[in-house]
Ligand binder design. Structure first.
Ligand SMILES: [Zn+2]
Length: 890
């Protein structure tokens, strides 16, 4: 043991993690310019952190994202790339705005209008600042090796400049326009919502069949009759053929009004009577019909969701009150034909507050996704398949880069979802009627309008009070954090496109698509080469984690109790792209145990060698075990590296865990003790060589404990250590004479003998004799077998003759006889095993019957059926083991 070894017996993550994090920060290595051998780092690797909203604290969804991205960036850094990970936070306009509104209402009973724009915004900024600090602190606890010197905020000055520049450029290209369109309006948030900010809720309502002049038609919203301007029928509907194109006066609760009958292919012949009323001001579908046929609109619902002045005695009512009053009057006047109860339909609600959406016409800013413009190709990273100066549309660009594989999406099945979404993309409404956000860079003076990066000169200009959809600024994220719009920015040249975008699949449409739109348009580049979608984190029963269910694992609590490394491993192992993962305390605790195991293994090595040092040349193997561990280590380096390259973190974690624990610790460390006793001096070198490499392989996944242990080697910090090189190892070749295969046989013999001890309850203190048949090539490793299985007399023979009073068993393909006649009573064992077997078999029968019962399988919850299947499998394994034991007895 080295005299100067200072390594506590037990690993204490609470002490180590903070100290290690501040050492990393001090080193400056999170900033790529400070990395060693910068000139040799030709290839760059960049990730933009999906900026967390400044609305609160980090949850497990953030934690899994941080764990994955930190693993990516650490691997890239160690494998010699210019690795940059840019942090930031998102102002999340509408979310933050409404959060602060809620607090204001709860604590002071005031609305934002009571405070006024300026004071309200100050409140929002204060709130956001506080929230930001909490988030940053939490991120550090997770161990993120992110470049804090480049931290960005979606609404800081640089990003605001980028946003204004972007708006102006798109406006000049004719891609941004102002239009009166029906928008999704939340009467509570007082703002428009993008299509994908609308959620749908199935509701049981009523379907009213109303008498409508010469028609009878069905509607779930009779109050909108006040805004009707047309009736639509299908062009091939014979029933109404004569009426198409004609005008009719329709009697209503406020007197007669005029409608035009139009024939439109969007009408469903099968629905109701085949005729539908058209309210262009308050329905997307109706609005499109009206536009196709040149029919005007009549607005009757205002921004508060109330009936407008033009609704006579119903004015001022909410739409629901209006509906009730109008239905009552219609009944009195004989307009109701009949009412269908329990009519199931989808209600659109605000994704923020759950209020029913009212489609209303409103003057808004839009991005035209179908308008043609001239494509500006990138000089650095041109998009393949499109030429500079070619006429394109935004929709075309978005489709092109994914369809021809320039952006690779993991898991692949999401590619289809993406393309389908782009196919159905409508113009993007980018204005929001809230105060917190990037104010639209448009100024008005009377009839004059000015669009610019900065305010116009002169008096009396007034800026558009609306703000931009939060996804407008986060859509610029991959390049606005790299210095854009300065096209000479070094960062932009080096780090764009980003290498990978890692995020949750729930924001594919809200965010990922927008980044692709913005980057292809502004830079003529893809924003990233790969998209990695992680799944959602769920609880043990597969439920979404939420505050109200009280099933959420708080990342900070988990870190305090088990350490960040344990939490990270629990999130990475079992996690594959697009698949939801389950996270439980037990799972995190088991990885805490693994962290401790790694500590103990390392400590054992450090204490057993004469001197801790780095071994850079592959040590010379002398024994079979040496050759085996070096060959296996070489294979593990190769496989682990491949898993890192392919983002296969679950397989990676399992591979490393199995090798560390199941091979290096359980076998080589044990054998090393024997070898050292025998004076095999190469053993130290091999232990150190494999351990150092293993710690490096683990580092991206569990950075804290590995960094702490690496100090023992005294060669700088692990965060910038060189990735273990895979050298094709002569010993790793295939074939039965290779050391791996040979050592496997040795392992089988020892395992078989250990099983004998366990199954027949023979204490380790009692040596057992063994006769090994036809395996003389292993004879020279008899001392290894003796040490690991505590054998007595070992006999090597080529003749397979069954010995009296001996167990007969197979170790792989090798026959073993273990004379245990004086240690166990064969008859008693037979009857013991026999009766255990009976119990198990009757249990299997019962389970099988249950699972054959169709009624049970069809009606029981899937988890219950699954659990029963698991039990059956377990029982069958047990049955197999007992039968083998019985066979062994002969
Ligand atoms: Zn709302």
């Amino acid at each position: 043991m080295p005299d100067d070894l200072q390594l506590p017996k037990a690993y204490d993550s609470t002490v180590v993690e903070d100290a290690i994090y501040s050492a990393w920060t001090k080193s400056g290595y999170f900033t790529p310019e400070n990395l060693p051998n910068l000139d040799k780092r030709k290839e760059s690797y960049c990730i933009s952190l999906p900026p967390p909203n400044v609305t609160g604290t980090l949850h497990t969804g953030h934690a899994v994202m941080l764990a994955i991205q930190d693993t990516m960036i650490r691997y890239a850094r160690m494998s010699g790339k210019r690795a940059l990970w840019v942090p930031g936070t998102d102002h999340a306009a509408i979310a933050t705005n409404s959060k602060v509104e809620k607090i204001l209402m709860k604590e002071e009973g005031k609305t934002r209008h009571d405070l006024g724009r300026e004071k309200f915004l100050k409140r929002v900024h204060d709130f956001a600042n506080k929230s930001h600090d909490i988030i940053v602190n939490q991120m550090k606890k997770m161990g993120v090796s992110i470049d804090w010197t480049r931290e960005a905020y979606t609404i800081d000055e640089k990003r605001n400049f980028a946003v204004r520049t972007a708006f102006k450029r798109m406006y000049d290209d004719g891609l941004i326009y102002q239009g009166h369109r029906v928008v999704n309006w939340c009467p509570r948030c007082h703002s428009t919502l993008a299509d994908d900010e609308v959620e749908y809720k199935e509701e049981n309502g009523k379907l009213y069949w109303i008498k409508y002049g010469p028609f009878v038609l069905a509607t779930s919203r009779p109050e909108t009759k006040l805004g009707d301007t047309a009736v639509a029928v299908h062009p091939s509907d014979e029933r109404y053929k004569e009426m198409v194109g004609k005008k009719f006066m329709i009697p209503g609760v406020l007197g007669e009004f005029e409608i035009t009958v139009v024939a439109d292919y969007s009408v469903d012949i099968e629905f109701g009577t085949g005729a539908v009323k058209v309210t262009p001001a308050h329905s997307f579908v109706d609005n499109e019909i009206a536009q196709r046929h040149g029919i005007g609109m009549k607005q009757i619902i205002d921004e508060d969701g109330r009936m407008m002045k033009n609704c006579g005695k119903y004015a001022g009512m909410t739409t629901l009150e209006g509906r009730e009053a109008i239905v009552t009057d219609m009944e009195k006047m004989g307009f109701i034909d009949h009412v269908e109860e329990n009519y199931k339909h989808n209600l659109s609600v605000c994704y923020r507050c759950g209020t029913t959406i009212e489609p209303i016409p409103s003057k808004q800013w839009f991005i035209n996704v179908g308008k043609e413009f001239t494509f500006n190709q990138s000089k650095h990273n041109p998009i393949k398949g499109i030429n500079d100066g070619q006429t394109v549309t935004l929709k075309m660009l978005m489709k092109h880069v994914v369809e021809n594989g320039q952006i690779d999406i993991l898991p692949g099945r999401i590619t289809k979802v993406y393309l389908n979404w782009v196919e159905n993309l409508r113009d993007w409404c980018i204005s929001r009627q809230i105060w917190f956000g990037h104010q639209i860079p448009v100024w008005y003076r009377g009839e004059e309008i000015y669009v610019g990066v900065d305010a116009p000169k002169g008096e009396d200009w007034e800026q558009d009070p609306d703000t931009l959809d939060t996804w407008f600024s986060s859509g610029l994220w991959t390049f606005s954090i790299l210095g854009w719009p300065d096209m000479n920015s070094e960062d932009l040249k080096i780090y764009h496109p980003n290498s990978v975008m890692e995020t949750g699949y729930d924001i594919l449409q809200l965010w990922v698509t927008r980044m692709i739109l913005m980057s292809t348009y502004f830079l003529g580049e893809i924003p990233f080469k790969k998209v990695y979608f992680h799944g959602l984190v769920r609880d043990e029963q597969g439920r979404k984690m939420s505050k109200s269910l009280e099933n959420a694992v708080d990342p900070l609590d988990a870190i305090k109790e088990y350490g960040a490394d344990a939490l990270r491993l629990a999130m990475m192992i079992g996690q594959t792209p697009g698949t939801d993962t389950k996270l439980t305390d037990d799972k995190i605790a088991s990885y805490r145990n693994f962290t401790n195991k790694l500590w103990n293994i390392s400590r054992f090595v450090f204490m057993s060698v004469d001197q801790v040092r780095s071994i850079d040349q592959i040590p010379e193997p002398k024994t079979l075990a040496d050759k085996w561990i070096l060959a296996r280590y070489a294979q593990v380096v190769a496989r682990a590296t491949a898993h890192y390259e392919k983002y296969e973190y679950s397989l990676l974690g399992e591979l490393l865990r199995d090798f560390t624990w199941g091979e290096f610790a359980d076998w080589y460390l044990e054998i090393a003790k024997v070898q050292k006793k025998n004076g095999e001096s190469q053993t130290d070198e091999i232990l150190l060589y494999v351990l150092e490499g293993l710690l490096k392989l683990w580092h991206p996944l569990m950075p804290f404990v590995t960094e702490e242990l690496y100090k023992q080697f005294d060669r700088g910090m692990m965060i910038v250590a060189k990735w273990p090189v895979f050298l094709s190892h002569p010993e790793a070749s295939e074939g039965s004479s290779n050391p791996v295969a040979q050592f496997e046989q040795l392992r089988e013999i020892v395992t078989a003998l250990r099983n004998v001890r366990a199954e027949y309850k023979i204490a380790y203190g009692k040596p057992i004799d063994v006769t090994i048949v036809s395996a003389s090539s292993l004879e020279e490793y008899q001392d290894v077998i003796a040490q690991m299985a505590k054998t007595g007399v070992v006999t090597w023979t080529d003749k397979a003759t069954k010995l009296e009073g001996a167990l007969s068993l197979m170790a792989g393909s090798i026959q073993l006889y273990v004379p245990v006649g004086d240690l166990i009573d064969f008859d008693k064992e037979r009857s013991r095993i026999g009766s255990e077997l009976e119990v198990v078999e009757s249990y299997i029968k019962r389970l099988a019957l249950k699972l054959e019962n169709k009624e049970f399988v069809d009606n029981a919850p899937a988890e219950v059926v699954q659990a029963e299947q698991g039990r059956l499998k377990e029982a069958q394994e047990k049955q197999k083991a007992l039968k083998r034991e019985l066979d062994n007895l002969g």
